[in-house]
Every structure is written in C-alpha cells, then in structure tokens.
Design a binder for this molecule. Structure first.
Ligand code: ARG
Length: 453
C-alpha cells in the first residue's frame, strides 16, 4: 500500500529524480549511513545483530558502487533511496530499520556538506599546486625585466618573477576562502535533525558528529535541514578563484601573441587551426578566461534557488548539487591546466627586455629624482611631461635629447638623467617594501616559500 493511486508521470519522474547527478555522493552517503547505524545500535534503537548485518550489506554495496556493478533501479529517485533499497534487498528487515530516526532532509544535507568539505580540500590542493608552479617559475626568472601595464599601456618595468608572484598572493587568499569553506561545512552536523523538528528517539548526535568529522551536531533542527551556506561559501570561493584564473588566462593570451611575444606556449597546451596551418592558438588560456563566468553563474543560480525560500526543506534545494559539482569539476580542471601551461611555457627574455627598455617607462623615476633634488612633485610631473612630449613629437628617445634641450625644459635637468634611463637602474631603485627590486624580491620569494612549507 502507499499514499499514491497512480504511478508518477514519466515527465515528472525525470524532472524529480536526482540520481543522475547525486550518485557521485555515494561515498558520503555510505559514511553517513554507517555512522547512523552504529549510533542507533549504541543507543539500543536497533539491535547489535541488525548493525552487523547492515554493515555487511554496506560492504557489498560499497564494492558494487566501486566496480560499477551496483544495480540501480528505475524507481531509485536519488542515491539515498538507491542505497537503502539495495540494502533492504540484500539483508531484509535490518536494512528496513536503517532509516529510523533520520529523514532524507538531514541525510542529504549531511552528505552534501561532507562532499563539499572534500571538494574544498581538493581545491586547496589544486591551488597549492599552482602556487608551487608559479613560485618555481618565478625563481627561474628572478632578474628578467618586463614592462608592467596600467590600462594595457606600458607603465613601469618590473621583474617577471614579481609579476608571477602577484598571482601567488591572489591564490593564497583563495586558499584561505576554501579553508573557511571546509571549516564551516564541517562545523555543525545536520544528521539527526530528522525531517525538521528532531526525532522521537533517544539518539546520540555527538557520537555521529565525531565519527563523521563534524565539530558538533547542529543545535537547531530547522536550520540544519535548510542550511546550504557551505555550498554558497564553496561557490563564492570558487567564483573568486576562477576569476583570478581568468586574469591569468588573459595575460597568457596577450603574452603568447605575436605582438607581445613574451611567452611561447608548450605544444601540449596549444591547439592548431583547422584552416590556417601556421596557427598555434592559446585555447587553454582562453578557456581559463571563459570558465570563470560559468562558475560565477553557478553561484548566482544557487543564490537564486535559496532566495526567499521558506524554511525548511523544499525540493528546490535539490537544485543545489549540480551547481557545486560542475563548479568543482571546472575549477579543479582550470587549476591543473593553469599549472601545466605555465610550467611548460618558455618566456622570451629578449622580447620582454626590449619592451622593458622603452625609456618612457622611466618618466616617473625622472620626476621622483627631481623631487629628491628639491623640486615640488607637481612641477616635476609637468617638467617630465614636457620632456616626453618633446621626444615623442620629434621621434626620438629621451636619451637622444641634447643637454641644451634638457636645460631648455628645466634648469633642474641635466646629463644625469641618462644613467637613470637604464631599465635595470629603474628596477633596482624600487626598494620600498613589496617593491620589485632584487632585494625585495628575495624577501618576497622567501615569504612565498613559507606559504607552501
Ligand atoms: N534528492 C533530494 C535532494 O537532493 C533528497 C532529499 C529529499 N527530501 C524530500 N523531502 N523529498 O534534495
């Protein structure tokens, strides 16, 4: 007997089932169910003999899920029902006792929190992998000058290592966000909240929480089954991290272009054109750019699902998992790809040095030197602006201007400016904390190594 007089409409059934995507949570479902069964037996809610039989059933089910022989049924709505159905099929009544003192509402919230915590750990590992690659490549290019840009206009020369390390600090913040995500996901365990109000049995949720690695049972059963903040935390962290990778992807696209020519991508991370035989395209870097909005879309979508959702569980919440699953798959792939592409790339010292040798990049330094000689900064800015205009208008470099021309711009100018126009001198003068000079770069590399120790 059942509440229903007719079978589900096939269209509704297809819409309602989550097995297609939530089956990947089977390891978490088994973990949760084993812990629940042990607790039920410890509290005398089921017999020790029941527990033994249930655990034996789970051992077989785990094998079946691992080797792909698990017989999913047409009526299995989700992974939770599939596992319980199979258990009962295998062991009979003890299996049918398993769902005592729990609901799928607390079960799914628990499984998903465990899954998300593990995904956060994988993200941290991927982030650290990329950080390590960046630090290594930075070490190898410690004193390779290149221009840094604002508005994509050459601004000031920096060392390539300094530029690469900028991403390490972005990733270090991403790592902190994923650590927070993991910590929050494992803070308060939903399991044992029942459908929403608690259960009619003398359970021990502290015991299950300890076994599953949660800090404590969630203190409010309503919040326990409604909460998906851990998923939002994951998606927020993932969206920011992927957005960082999109900036790296864009820079790689630029660097690998003929126009920049700063970077030769490894063949293993490039594609050809179906039409133009000469092409070697930075598809991987372009995809890094385009994967970010996909992940941001998942964040926006889940915020939309939860927006104004009344407490407690609503089936809307089944639409939480695919966003997180796809975001996790996409992010893990992007991190690995970024690392592979950078590790295999070849930077072109000549091209970067030639671009960094652009004397106009010394304009700020000239102005600063005038300041040191007692001229107020605003006047210095104007003097050097006039100098730059004179050079650009006459198609010459700053160092080509004669002493008389310098004097004509300002009595404060003189032949001394020419030695300042050397790119290396510009770089090494940036001795302020966090600056690009070799001295500061050495400090920074040490700090970066410390992040990964
Ligand atoms: N597959 C469901 C989900 O992912 C499991 C929870 C179902 N609970 C319910 N009351 N229908 O959310």
């Amino acid at each position: 007997m059942s509440r229903f007089s007719e079978p589900q409409d096939p269209v509704f059934r297809a819409m309602n089932t989550s097995l297609g995507f939530d089956r990947r949570m089977w390891p978490q479902d088994l973990r949760g169910s084993r812990a629940h069964a042990r607790m039920l037996a410890a509290r005398g809610i089921i017999g020790e003999d029941d527990l033994e039989v249930i655990l034996r059933g789970f051992a077989q089910i785990e094998g079946e899920l691992q080797d792909g022989s698990f017989p999913f049924g047409a009526d299995d709505e989700d992974i939770h029902m599939a596992v319980e159905r199979r258990l009962t099929e295998l062991v009979g009544d003890p299996g049918a006792r398993l769902h005592t003192a729990r609901s799928r509402n607390d079960q799914v919230a628990t499984d998903f929190a465990l899954w998300t915590a593990e995904a956060a750990e994988r993200a941290i590992a991927g982030i650290e992998g990329l950080m390590r690659t960046l630090v290594e490549v930075a070490e190898e290019h410690r004193n390779w000058p290149m221009p840094a840009y604002t508005h994509l206009q050459r601004a000031q020369p920096v060392y390539l290592a300094h530029h690469l390390l900028a991403y390490v600090w972005m990733l270090e913040r991403d790592r902190a966000r994923f650590r927070f995500t993991r910590e929050q996901a494992l803070r308060r365990m939903p399991l044992g909240a029942g459908a929403l109000a608690g259960v009619n049995f003398d359970t021990d949720r502290t015991m299950t929480a300890a076994e599953l690695g949660f800090d404590a049972p969630a203190p409010n059963s309503i919040d326990a089954v409604s909460n998906r903040d851990f998923a939002l935390d994951y998606l927020g962290a993932a969206a920011t991290c992927a957005t960082h990778l999109s900036r790296l992807g864009q820079e790689i696209v630029q660097w690998a272009s003929e126009e920049f020519g700063f970077l030769v991508l490894p063949d293993a991370w490039s594609s050809g054109s179906s039409l133009m035989p000469q092409k070697k395209n930075p598809d991987c870097a372009e995809l890094l750019r385009a994967k970010a909005p996909r992940i941001t879309g998942h964040l926006t979508a889940l915020l939309g699902v939860i927006h104004a959702l009344p407490l407690t569980y609503n089936k809307d919440l089944q639409e939480d998992k695919e966003h997180v699953f796809d975001a996790a798959d996409t992010l893990e792939q992007s991190l690995a790809a970024a690392s592979g592409m950078i590790a295999g790339g070849t930077f072109r010292k000549d091209r970067m040095a030639a671009a960094a040798a652009d004397e106009l990049l010394a304009a700020t330094d000239l102005a600063d030197e005038l300041v040191k000689r007692g001229v107020p900064f605003r006047q210095c800015h104007a003097i050097v602006g006039g100098l730059v205009r004179e050079a650009v208008d006459s198609g010459r470099k700053l160092s080509d201007l004669s002493d008389d021309e310098l004097q004509a711009q300002s009595p404060h100018l003189g032949p001394w400016i020419r030695e300042l126009l050397e790119p290396l001198s510009l770089l090494e003068r940036k001795q302020s904390q966090g600056g690009t000079s070799s001295l500061r770069l050495t400090e920074q590399l040490e700090l970066a190594h410390g992040l990964l120790a």
